[in-house]
Design a protein around this ligand. Structure first.
Ligand code: ACO
Length: 332
């Protein structure tokens, strides 16, 4: 094993669409209320992509910011690894569309399908590419246009999701004791639970047809209560795994940055990890669940607010459809 850290997050950038959708907007079309949504999820508003926004265009905006902060250009990229559950097209990958938008001619580009932990999965893949010397500099993205795959007539899912993109430049580093960088990663999945959170139609198993459209089965379906329970167990396990692999104790972590799906899941995860809520990042109130964009969006805000500073130890943890879960400890 190569001693860690051998890769660092050299720059981070995010992009969110300008349209803000408040809970009140749903009261007009669904049997729901601002009070229910806030109490059961913690969400107050989310961002919706406009007709000209795509997963690739949001990713480009986030990537340009990340590259500027890292002091590199698209021609420095050896790889582009993009986590998404809502690709612009089924073929080719959104990563290849992004490569073309950026003019990142030297890179190999591909998508990772791991739902909400897509960013952490992509970061883990990028770290592996660096370890095997396929890459020195990788663009890692978590980006979604979930509104395109959400059934806006289903009150149990419509209120949850938002659109956004987050990007990170993952770069080889010299490492050494106390050096900034990725100290551990952990990824895991359980495909037996796939049908608790899925899109039944529109793929190769049940190609798009009038019957699929009529049944609205190309949209996300979720057994919320079951997903909730699994999320708490998996995120708790993932916290333990990343800490153990990094050789770090929970009380050494400056900020826990969990996937922003539901504030009650975040509170339960923090309780398990023994982290008081003052050391937990929460911005689900502003953006809802942005799936793979959620972690970079939360890191970026924490950095902006000065809650993550050079040298800070952060614990990242996520969970989503698959089921998939993932975590990482990073020294900022
Ligand atoms: N407004 C009002 N009532 C509602 C709404 C709503 N928007 N949505 C559901 N309800 C109702 C239900 O119909 C149900 O009514 P009933 O008791 O008459 O049947 C009642 O509220 C309780 O429903 P539950 O599903 O038990 O509510 P819960 O407290 O579990 O909250 C929620 C639902 C918010 C979806 C929650 O289960 C949750 O957050 N689950 C996890 C979601 C998640 O983490 N997803 C992660 C991955 S997403 C991805 O990978 C793309």
């Amino acid at each position: 094993m190569i001693p860690r850290p051998f890769a660092e997050i050299a720059g981070l950038g995010v992009a969110v669409p300008s349209r803000v959708v408040t809970n009140a907007e749903f009261e007009a079309t669904l049997d729901t209320s601002d009070q229910w949504i806030v109490e059961r999820t913690g969400i107050r508003e989310r961002r919706y992509a406009g007709p000209s926004d795509s997963v690739a265009s949001l990713s480009r905006d986030a990537a340009l910011r990340a590259m500027e902060r890292a002091g590199i250009t698209p021609l420095d990229l050896d790889s582009i690894v993009l986590g998404t559950a809502s690709p612009d097209r089924l073929l080719p990958s959104t990563a290849c569309d992004l490569q073309a938008l950026l003019g990142a001619e030297r890179a190999a580009a591909f998508d990772v399908s791991a739902a909400c932990p897509g960013f952490l999965y992509a970061m883990t893949v990028a770290e592996g590419l660096i370890a095997s010397e396929q890459s020195r500099t990788s663009l890692v993205i978590g980006a979604e246009k979930l509104t395109a795959i959400t059934d806006m007539t289903d009150r149990s899912t419509a209120i949850l999701f938002g659109d956004a993109a987050g990007a990170a430049i993952i770069r080889r580093t010299a490492g050494g004791p106390k050096a900034r960088g990725i100290l551990s990663t952990f990824i895991k999945s359980d495909g037996r639970l796939g049908d608790l959170l899925y899109r039944p139609g529109g793929g190769a198993a049940e190609p798009l047809s009038q019957a699929v459209l009529t049944a609205r089965s190309h949209f996300i379906r979720m057994a919320g209560r079951e997903v909730f329970k699994s999320a708490v167990l998996a995120m708790s396990d993932a916290c333990d795994q990343a800490l153990e692999r990094a050789g770090v104790k929970a009380d050494e972590i400056d900020l826990l940055i969990p996937h922003q799906a539901n504030v009650r899941i975040i509170e339960a995860t923090a309780k398990h990890a023994g982290m008081p809520m003052e050391r937990v990042m929460v911005n689900v109130d502003r953006y809802g669940n942005t799936s793979s964009a959620s972690i970079p969006l939360a890191i970026d805000q924490a950095v902006e607010e000065g809650r993550v500073r050079p040298g800070s130890l952060i614990l990242l943890v996520s969970f989503g459809a698959g089921f998939t879960w993932a975590s990482a400890v990073v020294r900022w």
